[in-house]
Design a protein around this ligand. Sequence first.
Ligand SMILES: *Cc1c(COP(=O)(O)O)cnc(C)c1O
Length: 397
Amino acid sequence: MTQAHRADDALQTRAVHPPAHRTGSLSRPAAPPVHRTATFTFDSSDSFAAVMTDHTQGYAYSRIDNPTSDEFARAVAALEGGQAAQPFASGMAAITTTLLAFLSSGDHVVAQRQLYGGTHHVLTRVLPRWGIGVSFVDSPQEAASAMTETTRLVWCETISNPTLRVADIPAFAAVAHAGGALLAVDSTFATPVVCRPLSLGADLVVHSATKYIGGHSDATGGVVVGDRHHLDAVRALRTDLGGSLAPDEAFLLLRGLQTLPLRVERQNRTAARLAEGLGARPEVESVQHPGLSGHPDHALACAVLAPGRFGGVVTLTLRGGESAALRLCDSLRLCHIVTSLGGTATGVSHVASTSHRQLDDAALAAAGISPGAVRIAVGLEDLDDLLADFTTALDGL
Ligand SMILES: *Cc1c(COP(=O)(O)O)cnc(C)c1O
C-alpha cells in the first residue's frame, strides 16, 4: 500500500487515513503507536545536537515535539486544509499560546463580543497586565471601526456559545487584512465538518479538541492550524510556555478524530430535528439553532457553513424561567448535566447558573441570554428517544 492520504479525498476518508510518516520498515501498525516517553535517545552526540538545533528533523524531548502528538496535529491540519498544525494540552493552552505568539506589549486585539468565557477572561484580565488592549465588537462593520494602528489580531468564533451566532468569517478576514492584522477563528463548536475557516480567509484556526474532535469526553487537548510560517511561531512559543499535548491524550484524540465526520453529521441532523420538535412545545418560549429559518444568522449560516450543517447545539428558552430550566435539566433521563460538549451522550446545562454565572441579569440580557435558557449539546442517541425524553420532561414541568 502506498501513502493513503490524499488532500482531495472526502472528509471521512481523510479522517481515517491521516497523513503518515513513511518509515523504512516493510510493515506498519494500523493504529498509531503511543510514543509514551519524555525524552529520546541518540546514537551520537552529533545527531542529538542536530535535532536540538532543528538542523535535522527528529525528536529529543516531548515538551518540544512528540511523534504521537504530531500525528494528531497533522490529522487535524488535513481536515482543516492547513499546511501545518501544533498540538496543545488544552484548548486554552492553544488559545493563550496563539495570542501571545502574535501580540506584544502595546498591541491591540479586536474580538467578537460573544466569546468562550476562558478566552474572554484572558483578553480582559490577563493580557492587559502586559499592556495589550482589546475592543469587543458585534459585527465586521464594528470591527472595521475598532481597528487601530496597533491591532495585530482579530478573534472570532465560528458558532458562539450559547446563542449560536455565526461569524461572517470572510468579512472579518477582509477587515483584519485591510488593517494588516491576522484573523484567528475558534472553530470548536463547528469542527472542520461544518466549516473550514482557512478556506474563507482566516489565518489561524483554533480548537478545543476536548469537545467534538476527541468526541468521547475522555481527553483534554487543543490544536492550532494555519500556514507553516505562522505555525513555526506558535511551535516556538509552545515549546517555551510548555502547554504541549501528552502522547496518551494524543492517542485518544486521534482515535476520536477518526469518526469525527460520522459523529458530527449525525449530531447535526439530530440537533436540527430536535430544534424543530421543541419549538412546537407550549412550554418553550424560543429555540436557538442556526438551522432554523427564524435564527438571526440563518442566511449567513447557509453561506458560511457546509450545506445543511448548522452544528450540534440547540439552546432552548423556557417560558417558566430559571426554575423551569433547572427542573427540565434535572428530569431528563438520557441527558447528562455537564459543562462540556461534543461527547457521545447528550449534555444539558443551565446557562445562567453555569457557563455564564459571572454575568448579572443586565449583562445576561445584553448578551441575549434569558434565565430560562438551557444549552443542549446533542449526542449520538436516536432522535426518537431524545424527543421522547424531552417530551416527558416538558410534560412534567
Ligand atoms: C471548551 C472551549 C475552549 C477551551 O478548551 P479547553 O480544552 O477546555 O481548554 C475554548 N473555546 C471554546 C469555544 C470551547 O468550547
